[in-house]
Design a protein around this ligand. Structure first.
Ligand code: BES
Ligand code: MN
Ligand code: ZN
Length: 503
């Protein structure tokens, strides 16, 4: 989707469709919508009077202009009540509107910025929300089929603004929205690729390329270096795979680590999770989904990309342990005991609880940055989906400040996180007879989410820490506004917001 800004009144703009908007309860539309209404002989007002155009959030009403305007179609996007309007609602409205334009067959679209006028939003932020929503909503996962699907695509989106004085702010907003959405969509690509394409090696190469394009520092640790660091818990997972594991380190403002706050983000990068010898069941035919078990790593990479391109004034480190969880004659077995980088040992109860294992050594490595905070993002447990469904990610932390920052970023971005308990007694359940800790309470599956977080906590010495379990939200079974069905890369917008709000 090509995006441009154009100074004009929307009534004179030529495109396959133009988008205007309406707050709920407004009977006489003003400004851009009023101008279109007037050009159409009051037909929008008529529809409002009939109750066929209400301005409810997410509503889209399509009108054909019969040459009364240069554009053959007008879409009136509902914004909901003016008093409740904010950036999150602007994104929802923008997503519905662009989807309606695409469904109507439009390939070129002109749109006003929702909320920059009467809505009272900051013009740059409103433009960013519009562009972000449009790119996220129209995202399509990569396919490798020889016959292309018939696509409903928007080739050109033009932000149409009447007042020349607004253009610089809109320019800034469009740039920001594009950085955010393109970062998210790159992460979605990685999560959607089949695991034979998105191997640890391929993801590491992608990160190197990203670093070259954005000025991030990038370092890839190979197996021998991980061995030298004593990352025996991470390497235990990699033992069963022919794919060499990689440990990814991306850094934004590495040269200013001494003076800027340091935030470390850690992402689970299991490029395919068969469960190992604690094999996942193949029968319901859902194991293919485990190709997205590296969503945390992709989210961390995308967040670093955005942090660099937005020039956020922080030292941000992204860590991602990358490996497959497969089976061969050398693979780890239940009962095996491994020692990690922190010196602590752990007993394998389930080889399918591999996410917490790869994170254990990454969290130990994080300590060397003396970080002000560490946040890990992981498709860690099936149980978080049972607890929360696809409506929120699980938030685990005992740091009140970090919890509050994450909840605030969630409220702004609409990427919801819900606090889950971290009671000390959950740690009792993962005490091991043979090692410092065991990786599962199996066969007792109760409180599987909290025991997984308590396991991670063992390896988080010396810094404030929060864990986000995104297994509930990483793959959307049903489409929602901004989240087409499939890979969501949930967490990028949340984490970028948290970083932007940090100081
Ligand atoms: N990658 C899975 C978690 C998962 C399950 C994500 C379903 C998305 C959908 C993780 O590695 C896993 O297998 N977790 C186990 C933990 C158990 C063995 C303690 C689980 O949740 O069943
Ligand atoms: Mn697993
Ligand atoms: Zn997994």
């Amino acid at each position: 989707m090509n995006i441009a800004i154009h100074q004009a009144t929307i009534t004179e703009f030529a495109a396959d469709a133009v988008i205007v908007n309406l707050f709920e309860g407004v009977t006489r539309p003003g400004q851009a919508t009023g101008a279109v209404d007037k050009a159409l002989g009051g037909r929008i007002s008529d529809l409002i009077a009939l109750g066929d155009c209400t301005g409810k959030l997410g509503e889209t009403v399509l009108l054909h202009t019969h040459a009364a305007l240069p554009a053959p179609r007008v879409i009136v996007a509902g914004l909901g009540p003016a008093a409740e309007f904010d950036l999150a609602k602007a994104r929802i409205a923008g997503a519905h509107a662009i989807r309606a334009a695409a469904n109507a067959g439009a390939r070129t679209v002109g749109t006003i910025v929702h909320g920059a006028g009467v809505g009272g939003l900051d013009a740059a932020e409103a433009a960013a929300a519009l562009v972000e929503a449009s790119l996220l909503e129209m995202y399509q996962m990569p396919r490798q089929a020889s016959v292309a699907r018939e696509k409903k695509e928007i080739a050109q989106l033009t932000v149409v603004e009447l007042h020349p004085g607004q253009l610089p702010a809109l320019q800034r907003g469009v740039a920001k929205g594009r950085i955010l959405a393109e970062s998210v969509n790159q992460a979605r690509d990685l999560a959607a690729y089949p695991a034979n394409v998105a191997t640890p090696t391929m993801i590491a190469q992608t990160a190197q390329q990203m670093a070259a394009e954005t000025g991030l520092r990038c370092q890839i640790l190979e197996q021998a270096e991980m061995e030298a660091l004593g990352m025996g818990i991470l390497l235990a997972v990699a033992k069963g795979s022919e794919q060499p594991p990689k440990f990814l380190i991306l850094e934004h403002h590495a040269d200013r680590a001494a003076t800027l706050p340091s935030i470390v983000l850690v992402g689970k990068g299991v490029t395919f999770d068969t469960g190992g010898y604690s094999l996942k069941t193949a029968s319901p035919g859902t194991m293919w989904q485990m190709k997205d078990d590296m969503t945390g790593a992709a989210v961390v990479m995308a967040t670093l990309r955005a942090a660099a391109l937005l020039a956020l004034p922080l030292h941000v480190v992204g860590l991602a342990p990358l490996t497959e969880n497969l089976i061969n004659g050398r693979a780890q077995k239940p009962g095996d005991v491994f020692r990690g980088m922190s010196g602590k040992t752990m007993e394998v109860i389930s080889t399918d609880a591999e996410g917490r294992m790869v994170l254990a050594d990454a969290l130990a490595y994080a300590a060397r940055f003396q970080p002000d905070a560490v946040i890990d993002v992981a498709t860690l447990t099936g149980s978080i989906g049972i607890a929360l469904g696809p409506k929120a990610a699980g938030l685990f932390t005992e740091d009140a400040g970090l919890s509050q920052r994450l909840l605030a970023a969630a409220a702004v971005t609409g990427e919801r996180v819900w606090p889950m308990p971290m009671y000390a007694d959950y740690a009792e359940d993962i005490k091991s007879e043979f090692a410092d800790v065991k990786n599962s309470t199996s066969p007792d599956v109760s409180a599987g989410v909290s025991t997984s977080a308590k396991f991670l906590q063992h390896f988080t010495e010396g810094y404030p820490w929060a864990h986000l379990d995104i297994a509930s939200v990483a793959w959307a079974k049903k489409a929602r506004p901004l989240y087409p069905a499939g890979a969501t890369a949930f967490g990028v917008r949340l984490l970028v917001q948290l970083l932007a709000d940090w100081s």
